[in-house]
Design a protein around this ligand. Structure first.
Ligand code: HEC
Length: 160
């Protein structure tokens, strides 16, 4: 075999191998896209925070881990992945504010708006903020989430 032919064969071989590897990676990538949400919290924090979450009726307005009340019709933001959008400090301040709408304006009727949880025990607000901040969303989904949240909250199209 001439060295020119060898080079051509080697090239074809390389192209084939790269092609196979790439298609494998794509399959893996697609699979990886199934569930974009995860939490970095310890089971202990998660359990305590979810207890507070349930006993304060957050579930009657918000969706978290795809769970929501059957009768829920309030257009509240979904809380999955919220920790990729907000910091723990922001969440703690928001939950502690006597007027959450001064932080995040609302276009909803008063009865649908985020209530103030300023009267919750400080430790409960801290735990909730800690847990909510641990709820992350994978990068590829973040842009879509941000956009949907923005449009839901403002009623405007997300500026590109
Ligand atoms: C009466 C319905 C209602 C209840 C109950 C409620 N929320 Fe909300 N929440 C909202 C709405 C609506 C918004 C969006 C802002 C607004 O319109 O006031 C919001 C906003 C938020 C945000 C900010 C989301 C963002 O995009 O940054 C967080 C975090 C949050 N709520 C957490 C909670 C937690 C935790 C509880 C329970 C302790 C709770 N909410 C209970 C309706 C509710």
């Amino acid at each position: 075999m001439k060295s020119g032919e060898k080079a051509v064969l080697a090239l074809i071989g390389t192209v084939l191998v790269v092609g196979v590897v790439r298609s494998q990676l794509q399959v893996k990538g697609k699979h990886d896209r199934d569930i974009p949400f995860y939490s970095t919290a310890t089971p202990d924090v998660a359990r305590k925070a979810m207890d507070i979450y349930h006993s304060n009726g957050c579930k009657s307005c918000h969706t978290l881990w795809t769970l929501r009340d059957m009768l829920q019709s309030v257009p509240s933001p979904m809380l999955d992945g919220i920790g990729s959008l907000r910091t723990e400090t922001w969440l703690y301040t928001y939950l502690s504010s006597p007027d959450p709408q001064s932080i995040l304006p609302s276009r909803l009727k008063k009865e649908y708006r985020m209530p103030s949880y300023a009267s919750l025990p400080d430790n409960d607000r801290k735990l909730l903020a800690q847990y909510l901040a641990s709820l992350k969303v994978k990068d590829w989904y973040l842009d879509q989430t941000k956009q949907a949240e923005y449009e839901k909250l403002t009623g405007k199209v997300y500026p590109k």
